[in-house]
Design a protein around this ligand. Structure first.
Ligand SMILES: NC(=O)c1ccc[n+]([C@@H]2O[C@H](COP(=O)([O-])OP(=O)(O)OC[C@H]3O[C@@H](n4cnc5c(N)ncnc54)[C@H](O)[C@@H]3O)[C@@H](O)[C@H]2O)c1
Length: 440
């Protein structure tokens, strides 16, 4: 099948590459000319395990192409995916300008029947807006071309995106016509060979499914963080409570780790957008609002632990930080809790020595650009040299079982603040550390 994917970010690039891996002829389009130039040479704008090799193989096989020219790329394409960003607007709602820009360009240049698929996470009713935008452009051209607008929300996780896309738990398709459903089935069948994972529904329900899924996961995280905060007050251990409740399969173990809050490009903006969508329909989403409030406070819990020990004036203190990315396996720094924590520590006068396996360039050149008193170190141990304490903020695999003797030697005093509760099974107090975790 000839396919076009518009937007070569985490979702567009992974989807396009995986579709080409299954033998489709895919063109990935982006307005960022530098990105496309690099992609044509096999240079990736993002870090995602396994993606670089897959892109290189498919470029070499002639099934994956990159272009900035949408109007040429869509000629002959049966399916056109819109996978551009839907960032948080000023009022918290999803900003649809990129999605609708693409829809307009499609309407202005399309020549034959196509299926246009919203893969971006978009508010309920966006497919109708996309449809109207395309139709208006067609009317302006005075042409009649049949097209379908389908909702196909994406559930991949950064850091495991290839596996998630190649073996999805489910493929959700919101569509109105039998033709569109059959085409989408044809495209996704190779990804769902072992059992039926194709779920079809109406367009609005498909759009809502994505927000509901992210809001549910964010709720689990905020719920557990709130329980952890109460555990601290009542003298319980949140980690033991986690194991206790996770064993109930109605609750399950995933997404109930206490920590310094959720971040990333999806949960914060999607939770906010869902709240906003409800408001537009005059519904006050109390639970969703609380999920967000708990998360905002949670990002600073580790800072409070640090100031409880060192006082509110941190001048003259140095902290060795492990981890910048909002989670392991990605260089994505959008809404990462580390940003809030580092800025707060610097504001209180601290100096930061930081190491992250993948996200240092992003932080240095954009998210923490120009922030004084932040030094980027070339190894995890170098970040601890002569520091007053170590602070763990991202649970990268290479941080999970470190050499604690080495850590002790490097730090001025053996003090660890564990923002991800990674080391509570190591009996660090017995090893002579002052050990602070979340929820105990
Ligand atoms: N990142 C994730 O883990 C994830 C997971 C599921 C769903 N989503 C959703 O998928 C969508 C895309 O997310 P992302 O993280 O891949 O975004 P991203 O910001 O990484 O990439 C978006 C890309 O779209 C390009 N773009 C913008 N306007 C364009 C236009 N008019 N024509 C062509 N290209 C254009 C940008 O240059 C950029 O390369 C969002 O709605 C997001 O919420 C993201």
């Amino acid at each position: 099948m000839k396919i076009v994917v518009v937007g070569t970010g985490y979702v567009g690039l992974v989807s396009g590459t995986c579709f080409s891996e299954m033998g489709n002829n895919v063109t990935c389009v982006d307005i960022d000319a530098t990105k496309i130039k690099k992609l044509k040479k096999g240079e990736l704008p993002i870090f995602e395990p396994g993606l670089e090799l897959m892109v290189a193989n498919n470029i070499a096989a002639g099934t994956l192409h990159f272009s900035t020219d949408l109007s040429t790329a869509i000629q002959g394409a049966e399916i056109i995916f819109i996978a551009v960003g839907t960032p948080m607007g000023d009022d918290g709602s999803a900003d649809l300008q990129y999605v609708l820009d693409v829809a307009k360009s499609i309407g202005e240049t399309i020549q034959h029947r196509s299926i246009i698929v919203d893969k971006s996470t978009v508010p309920i009713g966006t497919a109708d807006k996309v449809k109207t935008t395309i139709q208006k452009a067609l009317d302006k051209r005075n042409v009649t071309i049949e097209f379908d607008v389908v909702s196909n929300p994406e559930f991949l996780k950064e850091g495991a995106a290839i596996v998630d896309f190649m073996k999805p738990d489910r493929v959700v398709i919101g569509a109105e016509s039998h033709y569109a459903i059959e085409k989408m089935k044809q495209l996704y069948t190779p990804f769902c060979m072992s059992h039926e994972r194709f779920i079809t529904m109406d367009v609005r329900s498909a759009e809502m499914t994505k927000y509901a899924a992210n809001a549910m996961l964010a709720t689990k995280i905020s719920f557990m963080n709130e329980v952890a905060n109460i555990c601290e007050l009542v003298g319980a251990d949140a980690n033991q409570v986690r194991i206790g409740i996770g064993s109930d399969n109605r609750i399950g173990y995933s997404f109930i780790y206490p920590g310094c809050g959720y971040g990333g490009s999806c949960f914060p903006k999607d939770v906010k957008a869902l709240k906003k969508i409800a408001e537009e329909y005059n519904y006050k989403a109390n639970l969703i609002t609380a999920v967000e409030e708990v998360n905002d406070l949670q990002k600073l819990v580790i800072v409070h632990k640090i100031t409880s020990k060192f006082g509110k004036d941190l001048s003259g203190k140095t902290f060795g930080i492990w981890g910048l990315a909002f989670k392991p396996g990605t260089d994505d720094m959008r809404e990462a809790p580390s940003l809030y924590i580092i800025k707060e520590l610097v504001k209180l006068g601290a100096k930061i020595q930081v190491f992250d396996p993948k996200a240092m360039d992003e932080a240095r050149s954009f998210y923490l650009k120009g922030l004084k008193n932040v030094v980027y170190m070339n190894s995890k141990y170098a970040a601890l040299s002569n520091a007053d304490a170590m602070v763990l903020l991202t649970e990268w695999k290479e941080f999970r079982s470190p050499d604690f003797d080495e850590i002790k030697n490097l730090l001025k005093a053996p003090v660890i603040f564990d923002g991800r509760n990674q080391y509570n099974m190591f009996n660090l107090e017995k090893k002579g550390f002052e050990y602070y975790q979340i929820g105990k």
